[in-house]
Ligand binder design. Structure first.
Ligand code: HEM
Length: 311
């Protein structure tokens, strides 16, 4: 009993210190506890709000799978960004911390990769090819969080379209670099400079936000963070393995699972259908054309040259 009251006294002292530090009255806060409601699962998880966000545009039942699966993906992107943010904001990083975070993020991407089969085998092709007509010109391409994962993972130069990379460096004006990001190729005619509706709409909605985001991540992305580590941390074998694992998991495994899904739905009797976003998707989506690699220095010349070729 005496022990319990000592513990409570201790908590009260700590609470008092906490509230005193922020100029608050401890007594009022303690009294507030007398009137507060106990929390329930549904209040805390906001299940009502969450389960009211699935709204179909068509009459086809499998559109529900499509909507929910995309929403689950967005939640996982948010979890990934949450982890990257912790690495970005940490001052002193050791190999164990960095490796652990990279493996966590990779496991989220593993979930994204393996769960593509939930869609691929769980959504009727004929239904998809009907309801997707109500979604044009929207595309997963317009997922801002996916773009943020990329901006937060590597330096801008590694996201520049492979064909223009040699002409761009850190002194290139941001606007110009932005206009040559690899994903511009999904909606831009490089001969005329004309952008498609879905690309213009995406930029109108998110470009300013991307600029703000990249201002911070320009110097805090995973690749730059890694490069500024001390020599003994940078050469840690477990960390290098985790870095390569993450790069491969996102830029080969996820990209291929996505490509194979697109192929399943859009390659009908050997004929490729136009995607909702309207890109030349067969060429655009394959890793061997995009060659996006977050941590290029951690791969050999040969590995870089043949990126995605054996798939
Ligand atoms: C039936 C399922 C799917 C099909 C057929 C499909 C197809 C495509 C196609 C063809 C593109 C190229 C842009 C375009 O022309 O629209 C694209 C881009 C994209 N999709 Fe999907 N997709 C599917 C599911 C998903 C899911 C579940 C996500 C997760 C959010 C997603 C995220 C993305 C992203 C991030 C891009 C841009 C990737 C890049 O720029 O390389 N897609 N998708």
């Amino acid at each position: 009993m005496a022990n319990t009251s000592k513990k409570i006294d201790n908590i009260l002292d700590n609470l008092h210190e906490k509230y005193h530090n922020i100029n608050q009255d401890t007594e009022t806060h303690l009294e507030g506890l007398l009137h507060s409601k106990p929390i329930n699962y549904w209040d805390y998880i906001h299940t009502d709000a969450l389960l009211n966000l699935q709204i179909q545009r068509s009459i086809h039942a499998d559109e529900m799978v499509f909507i929910m699966y995309h929403q689950i993906n967005e939640l996982l992107f948010k979890m990934i960004l949450w982890e990257i943010d912790q690495v970005a904001k940490k001052e002193k990083i050791d190999a164990a911390f960095f490796s652990e975070k990279l493996m966590r993020i990779s496991r989220y991407f593993d979930m994204l990769t393996s769960s593509f089969s939930i869609m691929k085998d769980g959504m009727d092709v004929a239904q998809y090819n009907k309801f997707r007509k109500t979604l044009t010109p929207a595309s997963g391409f317009q997922s801002a969080q996916y773009r943020k994962v990329e901006f937060a993972s590597t330096e801008l130069i590694n996201l520049i379209d492979n064909r223009y990379r040699a002409t761009i460096d850190r002194n290139t004006p941001y606007e110009h670099a932005f206009d040559h990001l690899y994903w511009q190729a999904a909606g831009k005619d490089y001969n005329t400079g004309k952008k498609s509706y879905f690309l213009n709409a995406f930029e109108d909605r998110y470009k300013e936000e991307f600029i703000r985001f990249t201002k911070f991540y320009n110097t805090h992305n995973l690749w730059t963070k890694f490069k500024t580590l001390t020599e003994d941390v940078k050469t840690n074998k477990t960390l290098i393995k985790a870095m390569r694992h993450y790069d491969y998991t996102v830029n080969i495994k996820w990209v291929m699972a996505h490509y194979n899904t697109a192929n399943h739905y859009l390659n009908i009797n050997g004929k490729t259908a136009e995607a909702t976003g309207g890109s030349e998707w067969v060429k655009y989506m394959h890793p061997k054309y995009q060659k996006r690699i977050f941590f290029p220095d951690l791969w050999s010349e040969k590995e870089l040259k043949h990126w995605g070729e054996d798939l």
